[in-house]
Write a new protein. Structure first.
Length: 98
């Protein structure tokens, strides 16, 4: 049983590259990203809801429920590893999914 847990931990660590996603938690647009979007949140559900709601309001093409589920899975993997996430990181995940 211990070997299975170690294997699952190894797989989970390899699934998501948090360093890659952290590069999106900065404003490279000259101040166009609201500062609150860069704040690392400890409440996953609140951050995810804000990110999806804002995206759906502003995007030309709305996300499908399947896309939202895929993004949520990826964002949750990031959150489990880092114990926090930002709206900016979720928006980057959405950009790559859509």
């Amino acid at each position: 049983m211990k070997h299975i847990k170690l294997f699952e931990q190894f797989i989970n660590e390899k699934i998501i590259d948090t360093k890659y996603w952290m590069t999106y938690n900065q404003d490279t647009s000259g101040g166009q990203v609201p500062k609150e979007h860069l704040k690392m949140e400890k409440d996953f559900q609140d951050a995810f809801e804000v990110a999806i709601t804002e995206w759906q309001k502003e995007a030309e093409e709305r996300l499908t429920s399947a896309q939202i589920k895929n993004i949520e899975k990826l964002a949750m993997e990031f959150f489990k590893k880092e114990k926090q996430i930002s709206v900016a990181i979720i928006h980057a995940m959405i950009s790559q999914e859509s």
